[in-house]
Design a protein. Structure first.
Length: 160
């Protein structure tokens, strides 16, 4: 069941088709179909793919960016020990959650998202298999962040 959604991307509004991926989260239709297939494949071998976030509205991205900006100030001024994970500028070409092509996956039960080490069973499965479904880890310091890039999947198949 896909529905039309208006997104703000690269400085302009666009309509896209989105589909649910469970637990109240949505992705662009093709990304949702690929994610659902990937989650089913992972479950067959006992790997649960639990989503923390997926498609975000422009307002949600703005709010998250404001929190990040303050956390970054706090880190620079010594009120925070760890540098916060980056948050894309709202409406920019780098805001993949706003485009409906990115999903953040809980890497392990009770996972601490500030830990960059991709070594949980979920990480290992995703690192080995996600590309077969068109998902790639596009932010090196965020092992939970996976972006749907079908053109990369197609180019890898063409090279094989």
């Amino acid at each position: 069941m896909s529905v039309k959604c208006t997104i703000f991307y690269d400085g302009k509004y666009s309509d896209i088709e989105i589909e649910p991926i469970g637990a109240g989260f949505w992705l662009q239709a093709r990304a949702a179909q690929a994610f659902t297939a990937m989650r089913e494949a992972a479950l067959k071998v006992g790997i649960p793919l639990v989503v923390n976030t997926a498609l975000r509205t422009h307002e949600q991205q703005k709010q998250l960016r404001a929190i990040y900006d303050q956390a970054l100030i706090d880190w620079h001024e010594g009120r925070r020990k760890k540098k916060p994970a980056s948050v894309a500028e709202p409406g920019s070409v780098h805001s993949h959650h706003e485009q409906g092509t990115a999903v953040d996956i809980n890497r392990a039960p009770g996972d601490d998202l500030s830990t960059p080490e991709p070594d949980s069973p979920i990480d290992l499965w995703l690192n080995k298999n996600a590309k077969m479904f068109g998902f790639f880890r596009t932010v090196s310091e965020e092992p939970w962040h996976w972006q749907y890039l079908p053109e990369q999947m197609e180019s890898r198949h063409a090279q094989a």
